[in-house]
Design a protein around this ligand. Sequence first.
Ligand code: SF4
Length: 345
Amino acid sequence: MKKFADRLIKWGIKEGRTTLPWKDKINGSYDPYKIWVSEMMLQQTRLSAVLPKFNQFIRIFPNVEKLANSTLEDVIQVWAGLGYYRRARNLHEGAKIIVNERGKIFPKNAADWKKIPGIGMSTSAAISSFVNGERVALLDANVCRVLCRRYCLENTNSRVKEKEQLMHLATNLLPKKKSEMAQYSQYIMDLGAIVCKASKPACYKCPVSEDCKSFNSEAVNLYPKKLKLTRREKQITWILTIDRDLILLERQNKEELWKSLLVPATELKMKGNSPLPRKKFLGSYQIKVSNCDLTVNVWKRDCIFDTLKLTTHHRIVNKIMISKVPVPRLLEKVLKDFDFCSNSS
Ligand code: SF4
């Protein structure tokens, strides 16, 4: 039987995702900037959602210098729609480090990539194996699933010992040749995404089924063990302060949730300390944000902005511009539901 890596690469050349826009080679090498941006976008987001956003991002920020010299607000604006905005902040911060502190030189190995904000063990391994051909194993959710099924492991990759065990097994499967590392890393992720899927894995077309322990013992669905997440519940209040076609927003800097985005302004005061106009309850929205079930109670207050004590933190946004500024997707929905941005383009 051929080695795992050989079978995987042979399969990947025919069936893998070989036409990704960040996989264009220049002088035989991948562009580290494009690989880095794509890996950051692919953390927690599906490929189908990443593809159009990646192309737009690269059009606007074609290289690391352009990204470093842009404002965070511009970057967040382009990122809008992908969610998990911390990744956009990390990319911007990372670009500034690479340009200003590292002389525009990208890291040369996985250990060095890990020093860039937002890059952990798996992302650093993916980038370095693609860009530098480094023999280092990546362990994203897809790869962990393949390994757990291959070796009949209940492993949830959540404890140090479990991570070490998976890393040891993953390293043993790597190809010996550095020149095969980029293909291998891409195709093992593809195998998990296309064939060894979380539900209904297509074992009948799997290139490595011959020596897959769970397949051979008809126990594929037992692995890996499902991790039970404890979910938190949280309630927040949004008061939409509105003056005809205008809404009053402020940048979220206090909490991690929606950090750097524009959210409804809080803690407003009237000039002359008069009481604020009465607010009216609009409704409640339930959304899931990572491990939290969030309830957002939405109120509306009509108010003439000239009567308010506004500060430099406040942003007055016209309803026709709401889709052009970085706001949480939920806020866009609320505004649409209540016809606030019905004329927006
Ligand atoms: S045989 Fe099935 S369970 Fe095993 S690696 Fe292939 S797809 Fe996954």
